[in-house]
Design a protein around this ligand. Structure first.
Ligand code: NAD
Ligand code: LMR
Length: 324
């Protein structure tokens, strides 16, 4: 029955805990907005992650179908679906990691800020649910405008008395993925060998690739710097225009979100040396929130790493503001 809101375990099955093998550490992960463009692919990728033992899929529409579909993948995570505000609490209770790709995407001609009115309310209600049902969960926030939704989430958690800056992480991994891809194209190397730190924020010129800190070390001509910076800053708009009204980046975003979530889970497991860029509460600049390299650990963003040496082109960039 496709209208059945929640996937019950058939009575003939033994409880999930009895079926789980191996005793490997498993985390409980929720995808909120799981039926959306990002949410569906992200749910698939999280079902493939061996660190996930329980996967909760929540949305306000269409979760039963997505849940039934993803649950047939023969990987170990146990999948449960939840639909509608009245099931938000059940979806979030006990979760270790909550990934939020809920909210409207851009259409051509819109800036990310144009999403603020709708998405601020969506993020607020979801974060109120997190504060109530899984206050110690680490949150990966994808919904745009990230530069504003992360501060909104912080305010919700402060009001609920559950705010821990280490546990609230804005997802900017797609900026890094784009930077790695475009830099690799210019250098003629495999993108998997390239790592470009991208700092600042997640809109227009607030997206600042640190091309002076690319790993492996390399140098660029002024024309290459201008091309790369512009392409990375406008990668989101490039996809929005190519999709011509059908939304924004979903597949590359799901890939990036799954990569970031995996890094968070490895940090939560206690792996050492997990460093990713993320938009977090920060004292690295005069701004209260800033994307930069963070060291991920058991409690989330355990350490915010210094920006490192910046060149003249990079230093003042996050002080200039532009909408996109
Ligand atoms: P989409 O419209 O395809 O999916 C959004 C989903 O959110 C829908 O299924 C919708 O039902 C659901 N939703 C709406 N209100 C909800 C609520 N209160 N609780 C739970 N779910 C709710 O959009 P999309 O393409 O998946 O994009 C989602 C968001 O991610 C957008 O805001 C987009 O701008 C943003 N995004 C961010 C990045 C980034 O780099 N951080 C990249 C791409 C997209
Ligand atoms: C992106 O960078 O692809 C996202 O922020 C979506 C958008 O609106 O550009």
């Amino acid at each position: 029955n496709p209208t059945r809101p929640q996937m019950e375990e058939p009575a003939a099955l033994r409880p999930a805990a009895c079926r789980a093998k191996g005793g490997a550490p498993g985390f409980k992960v929720a995808v909120v907005g799981a039926a959306g463009g990002i949410g569906q692919s992200l749910s698939l990728l999280m079902k493939m992650n061996p660190l996930v033992s329980v996967l909760h899929l929540y949305d306000v529409v269409n979760t039963p179908g997505v849940t039934a579909d993803v649950s047939h993948m023969d990987t170990s995570a146990v999948v449960r679906g939840f639909i509608g505000q009245q099931q938000l609490e059940a979806a979030l209770t006990g979760m270790d990691l909550v990934i939020i790709p809920a909210g409207l995407p851009r259409k051509p001609g819109m800036t990310r800020d144009d999403l603020f009115n709708k998405n601020a309310g969506i993020v607020r209600s979801i974060c109120e649910g997190v504060a109530k049902s899984c206050p110690n969960a680490i949150v990966n926030l994808i919904s745009n405008p990230v530069n504003s939704t992360v501060p909104i989430a912080a305010e919700v958690f402060k009001r609920a008395g559950t705010y821990c800056p280490k546990r609230l992480l804005g997802v900017t991994t797609l900026d890094v993925a784009r930077a790695n891809t475009f830099v690799a194209e210019v250098l003629g190397v495999d993108p998997r060998e390239v790592n470009v730190p991208v700092v600042g924020g997640h809109a227009g010129v607030t997206i600042l690739p640190l091309l002076s800190q690319v790993s492996p070390p390399c140098s660029f001509t002024p024309d290459e710097i201008s091309y790369l910076t512009n392409r990375i800053q406008n990668g989101g708009t490039e996809v929005v225009e190519a999709k011509a009204g059908a939304g924004s980046a979903t597949l590359s975003m799901a890939f990036a979100a799954a990569k970031f979530a995996d890094a968070c889970l490895r940090g939560m497991r206690g792996d050492a040396g997990i460093v990713e860029c993320s938009y977090v509460a920060s004292e690295v600049t005069e701004l209260p929130f800033f994307a930069s390299k963070v060291r991920l650990g058991r409690g989330g963003a355990e350490e915010i790493l210094p920006l490192g040496p910046l060149n003249d082109f990079e230093r003042p960039a996050w002080r200039r503001r532009r909408r996109s």
